[in-house]
Design a protein around this ligand. Structure first.
Ligand code: ZN
Length: 384
């Protein structure tokens, strides 16, 4: 790997991007992943145009709108520069859009900027690292994280749907899941795959259909991913991984609390084209933190049987992270935002109670998941 300061002809941003790209290539090689180039991805979308158009129309778009939406998307993907092996253009495009939204809201950092993209790893991680020798951070996500957010937002939109809309009622949602075997099966499949493989299930076999509240589902997806991007960006803004400030005496839990507060404040101020209640209330943040928490519990049960995973060494407990958001609400004079957050957190607790026997039965059958760690921090595979 070439160190950035060995490339005197590159600007700092070019050197940072060059360094990041080499890391992705090397990680992707280790993971055995090869991804299509932006043009190959655009071609693939072209080949599936008819079925994609009918899916978009099923969401309520007219044939003309569907055509325009798909064309815009294909041009956005095809316009991504080819960043080499492992650089998944779809994730690159999503992260770019999120970070543009974040930097439009976040105060000026005084630093030189960020480069971003997939990490090259088959996992559910998100991370921020300062690039050695530069005042630039690399923000990256594992290949599985965007798909986990996508599938979770879809399942939540189905689980919380009432005749009036998505209602912040955890028990009502859980009752719906237990009554609807297809919905329950999809939740089981999602959590089990993520705990077992470290990756969400393949699309094949996904048969839930479109939520009647697609707009809300889309807002929730955006809110989940926006919180991830805003949390990582706050690590950058606060120079958490600049070497002088990340000395051994630094408490990583405090960095995480700062990143959560920053991520939540950015989410609260996000409006994009229309207000997004899931971003502004922190419900997207709760959804992504809580689904990762259930996956961690599931993995622990698969490996160790009974009991709860021990606290993570470098991240506060999920309920403490949500309590911190409630403290932000008090400062902001907001008495209503916590309703959705609490409903999602309670729902995931109920969901875990219903999934736990399944995980313990699998454990009793003697099978172990692929990533059999020591149960300490749950591994570094959920380092949001
Ligand atoms: Zn973090």
């Amino acid at each position: 790997m070439t160190a950035p300061d060995d490339e005197p002809n590159l600007s700092p941003m070019e050197a940072a991007e060059d360094y990041r790209r080499q890391r992705v290539e090397s990680e992707a090689k280790k993971s055995g992943v090869s991804t299509p180039s932006p043009q190959e991805l655009a071609d693939l979308i072209g080949l599936n145009r008819t079925s994609l158009l009918s899916s978009i129309q099923a969401l309520g778009a007219s044939p003309k709108e569907a055509g325009e939406l798909l064309d815009d998307y294909v041009s956005a993907v095809a316009a991504e520069p080819d960043r080499g092996s492992g650089a998944e253009a779809n994730i690159q495009e999503i992260l770019g859009k999120l970070l543009r939204a974040v930097t439009a809201i976040a105060p000026d950092t005084g630093r030189d900027g960020v480069v971003f993209g997939p990490s090259g790893e088959l996992n559910l991680s998100a991370s921020e690292r300062t690039i050695p020798g530069l005042d630039i951070s690399s923000i990256s996500v594992g290949y599985g994280l965007p798909m986990l957010c996508h599938l979770t937002s879809g399942l939540l939109a189905h689980s919380f749907a009432t005749a009036e809309g998505l209602e912040a009622d955890a028990e009502g949602a859980m009752a719906r899941v237990l009554k609807d075997k297809v919905l329950l099966n999809h939740w089981q499949r999602l959590i089990l795959y993520c705990a077992w493989e470290g990756m969400p299930p393949p699309r094949a076999g996904w048969s839930l259909g479109i939520s009647p509240f697609f707009r809300e589902q889309y807002d929730l997806l955006w809110a989940m991913e926006l919180f991830v991007a805003a949390h990582e960006f706050t690590h950058h803004a606060q120079s958490h991984t600049v070497s002088e400030t990340s000395a051994a005496e630094r408490d990583p839990n405090i960095d995480e609390e700062e990143a959560d507060v920053g991520g939540y404040l950015i989410s609260r101020r996000s409006t994009s084209s229309a207000p997004n209640p899931f971003a502004q209330s922190g419900a997207g943040a709760a959804a992504v933190l809580c689904v990762l928490d259930v996956i961690r519990k599931a993995e622990f049960a698969l490996v160790h049987g009974e009991g709860e995973p021990p606290p993570r060494g470098d991240h506060p407990a999920t309920r403490d992270r949500l309590a911190l958001m409630a403290a932000v609400d008090s400062i902001e004079g907001d008495a209503t935002s916590r309703a959705y957050r609490d409903a999602f957190a309670d729902f995931f607790d109920l969901l875990w109670e219903s999934l736990k026997p399944l995980m313990l039965a699998m454990r009793a059958s003697g099978k172990l998941p692929k990533r059999n760690d020591d149960g300490g921090d749950g591994g570094g595979w959920l380092p949001l």
